[in-house]
Structures are given as C-alpha cells and as structure tokens.
Design a protein around this ligand. Structure first.
Ligand code: ZN
Length: 186
C-alpha cells in the first residue's frame, strides 16, 4: 500500500506535543480499511478515521476527524468535569442543600396528600344519599329526617338518628365507612 508522504501537524499522544505526522493506511495499525465511522449507541457521533505516523518518534496512532459541533460538546463536558473536580466541596454543600430541598418537597407532598383527602371528603359532602349506595328504604328514612346530602348525614350523631332505627343506622355506618366517612363524634 502507498504511504502518503509529507505530513500534517498533529498532536502525537506519545510525544505529548504537536508533531509532523504522516498519514498511513489504518490497516497498518490493524484496523479495518473503512474510513467513515459512526457509533451505534450515539448515531450523531460520526468521524473520519486516519492512521498517523509521528515523524519524530515513529509511533503510529489513529486520529478521527469529527463534526466540529461534537468537539464543542466534548470541550464543554471536559470543562464541566474540571469545574466539578475543582469545586467538589461546593458541590457537596449544594447536594446537602438539594437534599434539604427534597426533604421539604416531601413534606409539601404530604400536605398535598392530606389536602387531597380533605377534597375527597368535600366531594362526598355535596352528594345525594343514594350515591352512597344506601337502600331506598334507608334514603327515605333519612330524607324524612331532613337529611338530603351525605354532608348532612355526617353532621348528625348516632343519637340524633335514633328515629331511623337500628337497621338503617347500621347500613348508614357501613356505607359511610366504605368511602372513609363516619357519623359525627364516631
Ligand atoms: Zn511522536
């Protein structure tokens, strides 16, 4: 195979410096001859592979010509990592703050959950008795006592409902309990 003569100024990883490097076929470095490559896991990362031989140290290595946008991203990541290393202590503090914030958020969520329970109760207070699944007989008995809404029912104590009889009272307690409600003072 023909080896390109002359060379280009390239960073040699062995000399750790920019050196004149000749282009060599990648097959000489034990790599497939194809020059265009693309990662399967990151399809936006594609490059043009070249074999290089450093004129100074004679070592061979592979370079890849990549999309400049990708290089920008790489530099950004490298700087970000350097920044994290340099400010590790700050980051620990920040993460403590973040953990405290998370703690507060959890508490807020508990409050929201409690509110939700409250809203659930509120939802039932404006529903008709029949919606609780009470029998027609029970509904009629309660309505004759001036109880129309579930909310009205929950404001009564068992003593105030003696008129409806034990059977209806039992049914009322059962149906209320099913939706997490109960009579007053129970
Ligand atoms: Zn070198």
């Amino acid at each position: 195979m023909r080896v390109a003569q002359g060379g280009t100024q390239v960073f040699c990883p062995y000399c750790s410096a920019v050196k004149v490097c000749q282009a060599v076929p990648t097959t000489e470095l034990g790599k497939p001859s194809g020059q265009r490559w693309r990662r399967e896991d990151h399809k936006d990362i594609q490059w043009f592979r070249r074999g290089r031989r450093c004129v100074a140290c004679r070592k061979q290595f592979i370079t890849a010509e990549v999309d400049e946008g990708f290089l920008g991203e790489l530099v950004e990541l490298r700087n970000a990592l350097a920044n994290i290393k340099a400010n590790a202590e700050e980051y620990v503090k920040e993460s403590t703050a973040a953990s405290a914030a998370l703690d507060r958020l959890t508490k807020s969520l508990s409050v929201l959950r409690a509110l939700n329970v409250y809203e659930e109760a509120d939802f039932w207070s404006f529903r008709l008795l029949a919606e609780l699944g009470l029998s027609v007989r029970a509904v009629n008995c309660l309505e004759s006592e001036g109880i129309i809404l579930v909310g009205d029912l929950c404001k009564r104590t068992a003593d105030e409902l003696l008129e409806v009889g034990e059977t209806v009272l039992h049914e009322v307690r059962e149906k209320l309990a099913k939706v997490g409600l109960r009579l007053w003072e129970e």
